[in-house]
Ligand binder design. Sequence first.
Ligand code: ZN
Length: 133
Amino acid sequence: MKIHHIGIAVESLSVAIPAFEKILGRAPDSQETVADQKVRVAVFNLSGSRIELLEATSPESPIAKFISKRGQGIHHLTLSVQGLAGRLGELEQGGIRLIDREPRAGAGGEQIAFLHPSSTTGVLIELVEEEGE
Ligand code: ZN
């Protein structure tokens, strides 16, 4: 299992991108708006994982709600797994509360599912089906 990406909730990409450009030494690899999650995303690819800066595009966005409750910072951690649907069943049997009991399509069409932070010491964890090599 490896870290696929880390999502960071930011108030403003126009402030956060220059800060991460200084830290990482280069511009983001891509930017996109994910309409159904009401976020604008800037992606910095690292070796084997990536950092996603997430800016809300609406007060209804989960990112806007997160920032108003907890401030800017790490929003979720994403792990890549093999056999996502089966893993979800095992986790639920093991007492982990799930947000998504079945995999669903995330940005870019990958199969994803979220675990509930009440079962993960407050960290929102996203699982993504590992792409075939
Ligand atoms: Zn994510």
